[in-house]
Design a protein around this ligand. Structure first.
Ligand code: S6P
Ligand code: ZN
Length: 189
């Protein structure tokens, strides 16, 4: 049977931690290559190596039909004009979809269809749910001034594949223009 503390898990929005599960932390230095403005990235890194996001996960059981979930907290900030973001990934099991529930803060999900390259920017905020289809690279961005807290629920066999995003990044970037988030094509290097 599934352990009792996997049947009921408490969290707070302040710590954004699921029970006592370990927090995986991603700092600025871990995001090398993700941001469009490399000079701004290196300049920011010379000032320090702040925590950008952390995720704690609950994995009650593996196997067909089972679910895992993770609670993420992404800090507000920008590198150049580009909002703080998560690395982004495809699921190793490509058909695996995911549900994101916004719990606090204001942000968006950048979705990119692996087959067509079509990009979409979908708001992620309190009282909203985002459906991430299978075969879709997904990255979370914080477009607000407060931490963005969200829950991601996914099939236990989804897995992470970071390699395609590490190699090609996303085709679009989410930047602030005139105080508002905007999706623009990434400039070719
Ligand atoms: C897992 C889910 C999230 C992310 C988290 C961190 O399928 O999409 O829990 O892992 O938002 O992002 P990333 O891209 O660093 O794993
Ligand atoms: Zn995912």
């Amino acid at each position: 049977a599934i352990a009792r503390d996997d049947l009921f898990v408490h969290y707070t929005l302040e710590s954004a931690r699921l029970g006592n599960r370990p927090m995986v932390e991603r700092r600025l230095a871990d995001l090398r290559g993700c941001f469009a403005d490399e000079a701004a990235f290196e300049a920011a890194l010379r000032q320090g190596n702040p925590l950008l996001y952390s995720v704690s996960s609950v994995e009650p059981a593996a196997g067909d039909g089972q679910l895992h979930y993770g609670l993420g907290i992404l800090q507000p900030g920008k590198i150049g004009a580009e909002y703080y973001l998560t690395k982004g990934h495809l699921h190793a099991h490509r058909p695996a979809a995911e549900i994101y529930v916004g719990l606090a803060g204001e942000g968006a999900m950048l979705l990119e269809d692996e087959a067509t390259g079509e990009s979409r920017l979908v708001p992620l905020r309190t009282h909203s749910v985002v459906y991430v289809p299978g075969h879709t690279a997904h990255r979370t961005v914080n477009t607000g001034a407060a931490p963005l807290v969200y829950l991601g629920i996914y099939p236990s066999n989804a897995g992470h594949d970071y390699a395609p995003v590490a190699k090609n990044n996303f085709r679009h970037v989410v930047i602030e223009r005139d105080g508002k988030p905007m999706l623009v094509p990434r400039e070719k290097k």
